[in-house]
Design a protein. Structure first.
Length: 235
């Protein structure tokens, strides 16, 4: 996906990018490549692939929620900063927390935030199951992109979401995960609200946005310890 194609495709999502945002995305790409040589952040490094599989893919979250609102958003397992950094560049109104368990990635993210002069965005070095215990019902939206199973993600992330807020899992294939996750989603007083299926432009790879709405306050016994969660996984 060339930059021109990227601009045209995000316009189809209802997103108009001005010169400032495009400049920051370009700078983010070059910083990503620079840091990737130091700490191995992504195997996707070609500019056209980054714009498609990281930048465009991050912005597809708008298919599930109105990102023009002043929302608090938690990006779990953000890694190289996807979708959180891209969302912050394009939707500066969002108040974003980037959560990752590796300190070297947090250091990288802090440098990115500084270099791009981003405000209203924080980084936290924690495992989500630990972070959730002291940050309950704090966020309007929590997202996780291509990390862990939906069954695990639901339990460790939903406690951080406000009542009536959303947990959105950004995944490629989810068919086998949905049935295994319905039981824990119900126990977390939440419901599977929608599965938005689409293909990425130019290459047509499959993507899904799994939208889960929190209906009531989460029982304090959740999330359980990670070892307990792993033992309870449905095969």
């Amino acid at each position: 996906m060339t930059k021109d194609e990227f601009i045209k495709e995000v316009l189809k999502l209802g997103i108009t990018l001005d010169d400032e945002k495009l400049t920051k995305l370009d700078k983010f790409y070059h910083l990503l490549i620079y840091w990737n040589e130091k700490i191995n952040l992504t195997t996707i490094v070609k500019e056209e692939e980054v714009y498609l599989k990281h930048f465009y893919d991050s912005l597809t979250l708008i298919k599930a929620v109105n990102l023009q609102d002043n929302l608090t958003l938690l990006d779990v397992g953000t890694g190289a900063g996807f979708p959180g950094i891209v969302l912050k560049i394009v939707f500066p109104n969002l108040k974003i927390t980037l959560l990752d368990s590796l300190n070297k990635r947090i250091n990288y993210l802090n440098e990115i935030i500084k270099e791009l002069n981003l405000t209203g965005i924080d980084t936290v070095c924690y495992r989500c199951e630990d972070y959730a215990k002291n940050n309950r019902e704090k966020y309007d939206i929590a997202v996780a992109r291509a990390v862990s199973s939906l069954q695990v993600l639901s339990e460790i992330i939903i406690p951080t979401v406000k009542v009536n807020g959303l947990f959105i899992a950004m995944k490629s294939n989810v068919d086998f995960e949905i049935d295994n996750s319905l039981d824990i989603i119900k126990k977390l007083d939440s419901k599977l609200e929608n599965i938005i299926e689409f293909n990425l432009p130019t290459e047509n790879s499959k993507r899904n946005l799994v939208v889960i709405r929190k209906l009531k306050s989460t029982n304090l016994k959740y999330p359980r310890n990670y070892s307990v969660i792993k033992k309870s996984l449905k095969k």
